[in-house]
Structures are given as structure tokens and as C-alpha cells.
Design a protein around this ligand. Structure first.
Ligand code: SF4
Length: 239
């Protein structure tokens, strides 16, 4: 049984209804901070959902494992089924070939969303999930239209599968995302995920006179080594 109904912040949530009133959803998740709010919102609305973790874009592997482990930790806490899909990063790099210098929110990101949603939609089709959605759009750094376009394209390939375009940022979702991340002390990634976003975020930080990213060290709600609270929005590309 989920612990979330006891959380007072959940009791004031509006009840969400998935497309066509379906109550079974496959939720593509990129990480714990982005999915925490979406998970609690669905739990509070009585939606039966399963997490699908397919993110071959995340680089390097240690970063991928850390983000995945944090997501599993939260899913287990709430007894939510978690599907650990393939880390086929070779395929991701093959599809990204020629797009290495593209900026974030450009065509490389469309490819990256397409790839992740194609696999999510296939799993939904083969396993009887009528609705798919994703927490990717909860980050204010992301382009919702770009994400929804990829989700709808992927779902359209499979009869009986619909992509739910709900904007998880709205109705207080963005603020609750940070609240939950602090409450759970989630790992706080500082770049979107791929090797190119790591490169570009470091270049951006250097241009501001800031040090490069040190991966694996920041956690929401904890203090840094100098005793100061860790900032919540450290870069323009955290996923
Ligand atoms: S910046 Fe993010 S969304 Fe874009 S290609 Fe890299 S990992 Fe994928």
C-alpha cells in the first residue's frame, strides 16, 4: 500500500483523469526528481501505473546507475512496479551521429525523446497498457511541445496506445517536484543526461566562472561541504 495518501500535500491535489478515463498507465521515467511528483499525482488520483525506465542517453554508466537506483528506491518505497529496460547506449550514439554539436532542445533532443518513447510505446502495446506518459516535461528547461510531439508520434504506431499530454508542471506540480525531492533527498543531477549535455553544461558554467560539474555529490535538501544549502537550479540543462 502506498504511503502517499497520508501526505497532506496530496489531499489538496486535483483528481487527474487519463485519456478516455483509462486507469492503467505506463509512465516513462528519466529520474527520481522528475518522476516523484508525477508518481504521487497519479497515486492520489487512483491511477494504476508502472514505471518504465529506458534512458540509454544517460552518460556515463555510473551516472545512469545512480539515477536509476534513486528511482528504484522511491518506487519500492511506494510499492510501484518498476521496469528496468535496456541500456543500449551504442544504439543511442548511433542515432545521435552527426548531431553532436546540436544545442539542447534541437534535433538531437527530438531524436532522444523519440527513441525513448518508441520503446515505451512498444512495451505498452505488448503488455496491455492503453496509455503512456512521461515525467520528462516537468523540468522547466524542457520544451513541452517537443516532448508531446515525440510521445504522440510513438503512440500513433501502436493501435490502442495513447500518449497522455498532461502538463505536470501546472497546478503546483513544479513546486511539489522540488518539495518531494528535498523530502526524499534525491540525487540532484546537474546536466540533462547525454555526454553532449555534460560538455555544454560545463562550458556554460566555465563561461560564468563556475567550476565544472562534480557528478554524484549533490542531493536535494542537503548542505554542501561549506555548510550552505545546495542550490536547486544549478544549470540550464538539469533533466
Ligand atoms: S540534451 Fe538531454 S534530451 Fe537532449 S539529447 Fe542530450 S540527454 Fe537527450
Amino acid at each position: 500500500m502506498s504511503e502517499t495518501p497520508q501526505d497532506p500535500t496530496l489531499l489538496s491535489r486535483p483528481k487527474l483523469v487519463a485519456p478516455d478515463g483509462h486507469t492503467k498507465v505506463l509512465l516513462h521515467s528519466c529520474c527520481a526528481p522528475c518522476s516523484g511528483e508525477v508518481m504521487e499525482a497519479m497515486t492520489a488520483s487512483g491511477i494504476d501505473y508502472t514505471i518504465y525506465f529506458y534512458n540509454p542517453n544517460i552518460h556515463p554508466r555510473t551516472e545512469y546507475e545512480l539515477r536509476k537506483t534513486e528511482n528504484i528506491r522511491f518506487a519500492e518505497k511506494h510499492n510501484i512496479p518498476f521496469i528496468d529496460a535496456d541500456y543500449d547506449s551504442d544504439n543511442w550514439f548511433a542515432r545521435a551521429k552527426g548531431m553532436e554539436m546540436e544545442p539542447e532542445r534541437g534535433i538531437r533532443c527530438t531524436m532522444c525523446f523519440d527513441m525513448r518513447f518508441e520503446r515505451t510505446a512498444l512495451h505498452a502495446y505488448e503488455n496491455g497498457f492503453p496509455v503512456i506518459t512521461s515525467c520528462l516535461g516537468i523540468s522547466r528547461w524542457k520544451n513541452m511541445e517537443q516532448i508531446n510531439g515525440s510521445g504522440e508520434r510513438a503512440a500513433a504506431k501502436y493501435p490502442g496506445v495513447t500518449y497522455w499530454t498532461h502538463n505536470w508542471r501546472k497546478m503546483g506540480g513544479a513546486a511539489r517536484m522540488v518539495e518531494i525531492s528535498k523530502r526524499e533527498n534525491f540525487y540532484q543531477q546537474e546536466y540533462c543526461g547525454c555526454i553532449y549535455s555534460l560538455r555544454d553544461t560545463n562550458l556554460w558554467r566555465q563561461s560564468k566562472g563556475n567550476p565544472k560539474i562534480v557528478r554524484g555529490e549533490k542531493f536535494y535538501g542537503k548542505t554542501s561541504q561549506d555548510g550552505k544549502p545546495v542550490s536547486e537550479e544549478a544549470s540550464p540543462s538539469a533533466e
